[in-house]
Design a protein around this ligand. Structure first.
Ligand SMILES: [Zn+2]
Ligand SMILES: [Zn+2]
Length: 239
């Protein structure tokens, strides 16, 4: 029987936009296919040291062009390639946030995102059907304000990966959704982990909604699958 899930790395960076990355969108696709993934979400950086606020519009065009380059190649292979973004905020605390469920139209309408507060960013996401997940929340100041957050990430860079059980504990206590991604920047990062996403999820917008509606998410780490309850969603479904 054909598998009903896609293996997705929800957190990847490409070098045409994220200067810290050493891989092109095409290389991400080649390397991830070798590792057995069915797709990735491109979450390039949006942060203050990349560009001044008045260049936000031009920067977003570069983000979209980079995504389209990868998407065109991915489409020839039947590989899922979805648009996302990673925004770094300083208020109320320094923290990184992944935006899932974004469209090109949404990104083009945004003000300079890194200048927003967490509350403002969350409000903008909710007005536009975008899901807000804090990336590697235990790396800096800890989990942000959970009133303005949909979920937190199990991040697979070595130091963050060690904290995965704590992430699950925090999610269980707060009802936040858990995502998992490798924060891919380099071809030698060959950890095989991410999320098992139903094949009915066809694009970035579907994925954003999926995270908000499912009573649990399925994270895979090599051959192990961990089902993590998403408490707030379970409550929503009960109503
Ligand atoms: Zn980076
Ligand atoms: Zn990242």
């Amino acid at each position: 029987m054909e598998e009903a899930f896609l293996r997705i790395d929800t957190h990847t960076h490409s070098c045409g936009v994220s200067k810290c990355s050493k891989v092109t969108p095409e290389q991400i696709i080649v390397e991830k296919r070798k590792l057995g993934y069915d797709g990735v979400i491109l979450t390039n950086h949006c942060q203050a040291w990349y560009y001044p606020p008045e260049q936000h519009g031009a920067y977003i065009e570069a983000v979209i062009a980079e995504y389209k380059k990868g998407k065109a190649y991915a489409d020839t292979l039947g590989f899922a390639f979805w648009l996302g973004l990673e925004v770094t905020l300083n208020v109320p605390a320094y923290a990184d946030y992944l935006l899932f469920g974004v469209t090109e139209g949404f990104l083009r309408r945004t003000p300079c995102l890194y200048q927003l507060t967490q509350k403002e960013l969350y409000a903008l996401c909710k007005e536009n059907g975008v899901t807000l997940i804090q990336a590697h929340p235990l790396r800096h100041e800890g989990v942000g304000d959970t009133d303005y957050l949909d979920g937190i990430e199990i991040n697979c860079t070595p130091a963050d990966f060690e904290k995965r059980e704590e992430i699950v504990r925090i999610a269980n206590n707060t009802g936040l959704v858990v995502t998992c991604g490798t924060d891919y920047h380099f071809p030698e990062r060959d950890i095989r982990a991410g999320m098992l996403v139903p094949k009915t999820v066809k694009n970035s917008v579907d994925f954003g909604k999926y995270l908000l509606e499912m009573p649990q998410t399925n994270v895979f780490i090599y051959d192990e699958v961990i089902k993590i309850p998403a408490g707030r969603n379970a409550k929503k479904l009960e109503k």
